[in-house]
Every structure is written in C-alpha cells, then in structure tokens.
Design a protein around this ligand. Sequence first.
Ligand code: C5P
Length: 223
Amino acid sequence: MIIAIDGPSGAGKSTVSKAVARRLGFSCLDTGAMYRSIAWQALQDGVSLEDGEALGRIADMHEIGFSHEPGDPLPRRVSISGVDVTDAIRTAEIDRSVSAVAAAPAVRQALVAQQQRIGRAGNYVVEGRDIGTAVFPEAELKVFLTASAAERAHRRVAQNERRGVGSTDYAEVLADIERRDAIDSSRDTSPLKPAPDAVQMDSTGRTIEQVIERICALAQEKG
Ligand code: C5P
C-alpha cells in the first residue's frame, strides 16, 4: 500500500509521514530530501542551477541512499554517492537552490524512477509535491496537506531551532517559503497541485496529532 502525502513546504508533511508510518508499521520516503541532495551535489560541483541538462546528469550519475539509525525502523540518514548529507541538505543555501533544481525535467525524470523503485518494494508513506499526481497516481490513499504560509514559517523556524541547522529568522524563512511555493506551483513539469482524488487537509489551527489520527483512520478504511 502507498500513502501519498503532498503539500507545500512546512505544512507538517515530514512529521506526519513519520508518525503515520510508525503507527501503521510502514516505511517512509522523503522525496524532498532527494531533490535537496541533487541541489547539494550541484553546488559542490559548481554546476549552474539553470543548466537543466547538467543537473539531470548529476541525478543520473549519483545514487541517493537512505539508512537507519540503530534501533529505529525509519530511515533517517540521507547520503549521495556514499557521502552523508543529512544535515548539509537542510541549510538556507539549499533552501534557496532546491526549487530551481527540482524544476529541471531531467532531474525529475531520474528521481521519479528511483522513487517508484523504492516505493514499490513495500508499504510506504511517500511525501513530496507530486506523489499523488505523478509518482504514484495509483496510490491507495492521497492526502494534500496545507497550512497558511505564516503558520508554516513559524513551524519551520521552530524545527530549525531544534535541529540547529537552517535559518531561524522568521522573515527570511517566510520569504523563502513563499518563493518556493511560487516556483513549485508554477513549474511546467509536475507542479504542486492536489490530485483530483486527494483528501485535502488544512492543518492551520489543528494539532499535528489530529492530522495523524485522521490519516491513520483513512488508511485503515482503505486497507
Ligand atoms: O519537502 P522539502 O521542502 O524538503 O522539498 C524541497 C524542495 O524539493 C521543494 O521546495 C520542491 O521544490 C522540491 N520537491 C519537488 N517534488 C517533490 C519533493 C520536493 O519538487 N516530490
């Protein structure tokens, strides 16, 4: 079974996906981490973020891996060609660069193929922007999770403070979220939009716990 969770930055997808996966005994796949890893590699290699073909070659050449911490069933560490980039892909520089990388059709083609291979191997909660529309259009359950931009920026600042990486400046984080929303929603290839059969949930003013409960209940109805 595939549960697709799409939505804009900071809507709570990662927290919700991990919690739902834990409760249902599923694995989870953070596809945003894959686009971030390609952005990291492009910056390392000095590749222009406007050169879609060169970005696509990076996505074709490098293997992205997910690994587990001891005793944790959910994959938490991300690597690209064997280099651990778990923290390095959460910086403000990657926040600024990733949407340009994700708009390149050749990058999407390479990563979508990898995501389909991973997800088809078992029961997965897959989070991203285009999971219900492009990666797994046949997913048994599709959720489109949103929240106001202001609430998403507050949550992202709190998350960055906890992790000790990324910007903790509210105005900077809000501006980045609004800029990424605009690029992600207007790109030609797989723009951010709900699948026609997605259940839409607005988490503004709701607790994450309520969102998790609702998704688990819907999954149990389907499964
Ligand atoms: O989810 P996260 O904020 O880590 O995603 C980073 C960026 O990767 C998004 O802003 C978007 O540009 C891109 N992305 C995408 N498609 C996905 C997941 C992420 O285009 N399925």
